[in-house]
Design a protein around this ligand. Structure first.
Ligand code: GRF
Length: 211
């Protein structure tokens, strides 16, 4: 079976990366992670990639703050092109990619966020959910556009919020569901044709299942 080469961008611990590497052990899984990139030189995600025998590169960017320098984005784009990467996955990636980067990459760019978007975008989504007093929280995988956590939704998964939850307990419960949702969403985007209608991503199988 043909597997699409995907690259993962991660800034931190890399548990979502590991869930994708786990899914990819199944030969029927349609994607293979062939490159992991990080904006953090000592990110555990880079170690996880190397331990799995996958190329891992830290991207230097002089620029502080949420955006990369143009030159750093150009480095990433050429690394992706050289390796014929078909899909880019942001797994705990803490920077914002520019509009010109997103236009230049020819393939889907996916992100996972620990809330049921459009609720609680941005930092500390789990803390935002607790402070707001919602009874249901969860995770969202979406296509990346130039906003923060705003692109068309690919998949969502809900978890309950318990009355005595700490931020950590809620974050752990959400993370567990992320680890199933992300590999499944990647599989779907790579294997099921879809169209974007306004804000909405519609998979073709949803249309046929109704007819
Ligand atoms: C996850 O909660 C993800 O939703 C968010 O950042 C966290 C990354 O965790 N975007 P990990 O590095 O994958 O363990």
């Amino acid at each position: 079976m043909h597997r699409s080469a995907i690259a993962v961008l991660a800034s931190g611990r890399g548990s979502n990366l590991k869930s994708i590497l786990e899914a990819m052990k199944d030969p029927a899984y349609p994607a293979e992670v062939t490159l992991v990139l990080s904006d953090v030189r000592d990110a555990p995600a880079l170690d996880a990639a190397r331990a799995a025998g996958i190329e891992a590169i830290a991207i230097d960017s002089d620029r502080k703050g949420p955006r990369f320098a143009r030159s750093a984005e150009a480095t990433i784009l050429s690394a992706l092109a050289e390796r014929e990467i078909r899909c880019l996955v942001l797994a705990g990636f803490m920077r914002i990619l520019s509009r010109s980067f997103l236009r230049s990459f020819d393939g889907p760019v996916l992100n996972i966020h620990p809330s049921l978007l459009p609720a609680f975008p941005g930092l500390d989504a789990q803390g935002q959910a607790l402070r707001h007093g919602v009874r249901i929280a969860g995770a969202t995988v979406h296509l990346v556009d130039e906003g923060i956590d705003t692109g068309p939704i690919v998949g969502q998964s809900a978890v309950p919020v318990h009355a005595n939850d700490t931020r950590e307990a809620l974050a752990d419960r959400i993370l567990e569901t992320e680890h199933r949702l992300f590999p499944e969403s990647i599989r779907k985007v790579l294997t099921v044709p879809y169209v974007i209608e306004g804000r909405r991503l519609r998979f073709h199988e949803e249309e046929t299942s109704r007819s």
